[in-house]
Design a protein around this ligand. Structure first.
Ligand code: WTA
Length: 654
């Protein structure tokens, strides 16, 4: 049993302003959809699949036994055709597919027709000039430029499997991911604009690329006009490559289970896992979820701040919105360049209507102060979203007030690289929101909180978050490591003759009386204090509710008496008076004890200048745990954003 002690009483119904501009279901209609989907999930998913255009319509829906299910297996489909061509015969032909702003301030608008032309030319170039065929793996290592999306779609169009590697990773991380997937071609850039500087990209990876024997060609997009050393016969500039290519391209239908992409994600231990997603099921789930969660209307401009190097950049920058015929907004650079108001300024400039970001960004903006968002007119916004971590109620309230002006619902969306798409989320036209919960599973999903034996937990009793029935967008395996696939996700609840196995998410959660899911973080972030298991996220949430605290991470160290003792790492807000700092650890301990209860009171509070984070903004609690237990950090730190934070924390320890 995982104890849960925070109670949130605030409730927010869909606002009148939002409902006036929405076509989503109301609460009653949503309940009907839910019930119908639960009665016959396969019929439900079949209907969702019919919202795509198939080259050969599938007769099958779900086949195989978990964890080796297939979806729509006898169907044939082309992902790029569904993202682009289907719109060309509609009023969307000349609608913006992508509105892009470069960090220096340059702007490009690419209509669906123009996107089609670019993708088709690049698709021809990949097959004809570079010899890429179906099933070949193509690495993409780029910044946030439209060509990154074009490259993904061109791969999808010809049945090549893309492997996008976040442009912030080192050459060695790139090399490992290309080798693990045996990539044949890499698409990259000469350089990227970040924080006002043009930084070389290609030059920084050249030596690592020598250690990728499968690599035949490297395509280089010129963005910063930095001298990229080109290797004769292997490297080619993007512009030269596509010159003269046919702008028409016949899209072939590929089997539904054809691999669409591999995306590497870190586990809490060991080397990165290559999550494999296939085509028909993934597209079905991406389109369905994007539509129901983001309530796309033709006039919307959707800004998802995720980089294409993450799953959110796959499903909600690229596939989901384009399948729905939405306009996506892409931004190249840093959110704080030239000033910390860049996002808000772009929202005003482009009249962005839907904004989807991560709690870590929200907490950062909260820390920087209201002055920045208050400079700009944010009235075009009608919906806000959050993803990636539990959003603590105080950050939720700030987001709702300061960015959403109490007019915009917030969709707190729970999902994983492995799930392919959002699985737990409010439906903004229907759901009564409570700050801090992703609310309920989307219709069609069977998700539960269970104890170790697999039995459903009672309301408000913490347990393990599992998915009980297969879903179309589920990962199919870990690329090249079937054993790890079974071990990581399917061995906790292996099922029996009568009972199919459950997919184990690795997250702890509780369900409240209304059936809302409160995610308590990874189970390896769950600690046992005096016989109570406590989600460290709840203690963090309490700390962040204190006016002096900007960010907090809580980990456990072994304690002879209590089993574990809690250590809180706390980053203060910029405006905290220096003379106040010395007293704060005691004040914060008392604050948590009062908010949650004495069991949750941190044994130690350490004030620090920063927390170690992954490039996607997740706090690396594993490193903090190592610091508090042994004082040294071991294992993989390739995803760490800023090594100096780690060095500083280690010093603090001495
Ligand atoms: C966490 C990101 C609470 C969770 C799409 C999950 C969340 C992991 C939420 C997956 C949320 C994601 N509330 N926790 N709304 N969304 N998580 O693969 O622990 O980068 O297991 O996918 O992030 O992270 P990933």
């Amino acid at each position: 049993m995982i104890s849960s002690v925070l109670e949130e009483k605030r409730r927010f119904k869909p606002t009148k302003q939002f409902l006036a501009g929405s076509q989503g279901p109301n609460e009653k209609a949503l309940e009907l959809i839910r019930k119908k989907a639960a009665r016959n999930p396969e019929a439900f998913w079949k209907a969702q699949a019919q919202n795509l255009v198939w080259k050969k319509a599938p007769k099958k829906v779900l086949s195989g036994k978990a964890p080796h299910n297939t979806w729509f297996a006898d169907g044939r489909i082309n992902a790029a055709f569904n993202c682009i061509d289907v719109h060309l015969t509609t009023h969307r032909r000349n609608k913006a597919a992508i509105i892009w702003e470069g960090e220096p301030g340059d702007i490009r608008t690419i209509t669906y027709l123009q996107l089609s032309i670019e993708v088709n030319r690049f698709a021809h170039a990949l097959t004809k000039t570079l010899g890429v065929g179906k099933g070949d793996v193509v690495g993409i290592y780029m910044g946030m430029v439209p060509e990154a999306v074009i490259a993904m779609l061109a791969c999808a169009r010809i049945g090549a499997t893309h492997n996008v590697v976040f442009g912030g990773f080192s050459g060695d991380s790139l090399r490992d991911r290309l080798n693990d997937s045996k990539a044949k071609v890499l698409i990259t850039q000469d350089g990227v604009h970040r924080k006002g500087v043009a930084t070389p990209l290609k030059a920084a990876i050249d030596s690592s690329l020598k250690e990728v024997p499968s690599l035949r060609h490297v395509v280089v997009l010129e963005r910063t006009q930095q001298d990229a050393k080109m290797k004769m016969g292997r490297d080619v500039f993007w512009d030269q490559l596509v010159k003269g290519m046919d702008t028409h391209h016949e899209a072939e239908g590929f089997p539904s289970e054809h691999p669409l992409f591999i995306l590497y994600t870190s586990g809490s231990t060991g080397k990165p896992k290559g999550i494999l997603h296939t085509t028909g099921g993934y597209l079905t789930q991406a389109k369905y979820s994007a539509n129901i969660v983001f309530d796309f209307q033709d006039r919307d401009l959707f800004f998802c701040t995720a980089d294409i190097g993450w799953i959110t950049g796959h499903t909600y920058v690229t596939y989901g919105p384009l399948l729905c015929g939405a306009s996506i907004f892409l931004y190249e650079g840093a959110p704080t360049y030239p000033e910390a108001d860049r996002f808000w300024r772009m929202i005003e400039r482009h009249r962005i209507t839907i904004f989807y970001t991560a709690p870590t960004a929200i907490r950062t903006f909260m820390r920087l102060g209201d002055e920045f968002p208050n400079r700009w007119d944010l009235n075009s916004l009608r919906l806000l979203g959050s993803v990636g971590e539990p959003i603590n109620p105080e950050a939720w309230m700030w987001y709702s007030r300061t960015i959403g002006h109490e007019r915009c619902p917030i969709v707190d969306t729970w999902w994983q690289t492995e799930t392919g798409a959002i699985l737990i989320s409010p439906i903004p036209s229907a759901t009564t929101l409570k700050p801090g919960t992703a609310t309920r599973p989307l219709p069609g999903m069977d998700i539960d909180v269970v104890d170790k034996s697999g039995k459903s937990c009672k309301p408000n009793v913490g347990g393990l978050l599992v998915i009980k029935k297969p879903w179309p967008g589920m990962l199919r395996t870990i690329y090249g490591d079937e054993k790890r696939y079974i071990g990581a996700y399917w061995s906790e609840f292996p099922g029996s003759k009568k009972q199919a196995p459950f997919y184990f998410t690795g997250d702890g959660a509780r369900k409240d009386k209304d059936g809302y899911f409160w995610i308590m973080g990874r189970v390896d972030d769950v600690v046992n204090i005096s016989g109570h298991r406590l989600g460290t996220a709840e203690v963090e949430s309490s700390l962040v509710a204190h006016p002096s605290v900007a960010e907090a991470a809580v980990v456990a160290r072994p304690d002879e008496i209590k089993g574990s003792a809690l250590v809180a790492f706390v980053v203060l807000r910029a405006d905290v008076k220096p003379e106040y700092v010395a007293a704060l650890p005691e004040i914060l301990r008392a604050f948590v004890a009062k908010q949650i209860g004495p069991i949750a009171k941190p044994d130690e509070v350490r004030i620090t200048g920063g927390l170690p984070k992954t490039r996607s903004g997740k706090i690396m609690r594993r490193l903090l745990r190592e610091i508090v237990t042994s004082g040294v950090t071991t294992g993989d730190v390739t995803t760490l954003e800023d090594m100096t934070v780690l060095a500083a924390l280690r010093q603090d320890d001495e």
